[in-house]
Design a binder for this molecule. Structure first.
Ligand SMILES: [Zn+2]
Length: 404
């Protein structure tokens, strides 16, 4: 059965030829009562009113909201080990710098990931993708970045591809070689830019390149070299920047033509202005602020300045142990000033453009992947208002209704 029609639905079409900003960021493209017809894994028709029967499967939405499946603009998803002991120590009052000095944080996950086999890594990604699918996420990024040497980074990228092949979730791979500087290899960022990115560009076509610009990670200059290497290799780039410290990383990334600048909790008013005036998408990651110290990106200021905002779970074993993008949407409204409509656009249409998948997912448009969700409610604000909530009533990925 490869034909499916969802009828009698409140449709959020969320279409547009590029990322939304300004007033467009609140435009859900509502059709009060209509239908979506899917065939061969793609959206075939979206229209108001009632469909003619075509012999395929029909789902009566009963007036409930039908919208594109969510798109996670920033997720790690591939790692070995866990950080539960670290979490216990932190909760018991051990200062974070002390945990870091004892080899905790990103570097503890690097040790565990280097020790993990490819099958185990792929299985971890598979389980996380399955959880995402149940929660209504139809496309996501998956980053490497816990190897910090070529062999493990390549193993992570292969593991992500293996898991993605077996999943109905569309996965965009990102090589986050510039996540941190391993203590045993202080020249890693320079080697990454000079040798590893050109090599990986050949071995892993279609990947994006990412780095972490921060006082205890890569400097602005080191990140500039990484982004320049990406440009020379013809790959899109992104940057984790302005999370704890405003160092000029976002401004540099914008000038370097990065597709997105991610985090921005420490962005100044001037950084907000520069990012909003650029083509880079501002990817907010509210789950990190929730888990760490309560700081959030200036979402309202970014939206008012005209930035194209997207949302990501930032799923990772330390600062955002969740794959539920809906929680990021809730937090973006509750703590960073977005409206419910803006959070929905940021987690669908704009997130798709942040991943370079703007023509494929994130809106109900004929020709796109038939990835959509039907909510339990008839008002889409429920999606953002509720937290720790039940999965959507129906999740459809590749034109097939996900079971259980
Ligand atoms: Zn991240």
């Amino acid at each position: 059965m490869d034909r499916l029609t969802i009828r009698n639905a409140r449709l959020l079409t969320l279409g547009g030829s590029g990322p939304a900003r300004g007033g467009d960021l609140r435009d859900l493209g509502v059709i009060d009562r209509g239908f979506v017809r899917c065939a061969a894994g793609r959206i075939e028709r979206v229209a108001a009113g009632d469909p003619e029967p075509d012999g395929g499967l029909e789902l009566d939405a009963g007036g409930r909201v039908c919208m594109p499946a969510l798109v996670d603009a920033h997720a790690h998803l591939c790692w070995g080990g866990d950080r539960w002991d670290e979490w216990d120590r932190l909760r018991a009052g051990t200062p974070w710098p002390e945990i870091l000095a004892a080899g905790g944080g990103i570097l503890s996950t690097v040790r565990a990931t280097r020790a993990a086999g490819e099958d185990a890594l792929a299985e971890g990604v598979r389980v996380r993708l399955q959880a995402m699918a149940r929660l209504g996420v139809g496309a996501t990024e998956a980053k490497s970045g816990y190897g910090l040497e070529p062999e493990t980074e390549a193993r992570m990228l292969r593991a992500i591809a293996t898991a993605a092949e077996r999943s109905p979730v569309l996965v965009q791979r990102t090589f986050l070689g510039g996540h941190a500087i391993p203590p045993e290899d202080p020249a890693w960022p320079e080697r990454l830019a000079r040798e590893v990115i050109p090599d990986f560009a050949r071995r892993f076509p279609g990947i994006a390149i990412d780095a972490f610009c921060e006082r205890n990670a890569l400097s602005v200059e080191q990140c500039r070299a990484v982004l320049e290497a990406a440009r020379l290799a013809g790959l899109p780039s992104r940057l984790h920047t302005d999370q704890f410290t405003s160092m000029g990383g976002a401004e540099m990334a914008v000038r370097a033509g990065a597709r997105s600048v991610d985090h921005l909790e420490a962005a100044t008013a001037e950084t907000v202005r520069v990012v909003a005036a650029s083509n880079a998408i501002a990817v907010m990651l509210p789950c990190s602020g929730y888990a760490l110290d309560g700081r959030q990106a200036p979402g309202r200021a970014l939206a008012d300045a005209g930035a194209a905002i997207a949302l990501g779970s930032n799923a990772n074993p330390g600062s955002a142990p969740t794959v539920d993008l809906r929680f990021a949407m809730h937090l973006a409204v509750r703590h960073a000033g977005l409206t419910a409509a803006e959070a929905i656009v940021a987690a669908t249409r704009n997130a798709a453009f942040a991943l370079g998948l703007g023509g494929q997912v994130g809106s109900l448009t004929p020709g796109m992947h038939a990835n959509l969700i039907v909510l339990e409610d008839r008002d889409e604000r429920s999606l953002v208002h509720a937290f720790a909530a039940e999965p959507p009533r129906h999740v459809v990925l590749g034109g097939r209704v996900l079971q259980g």
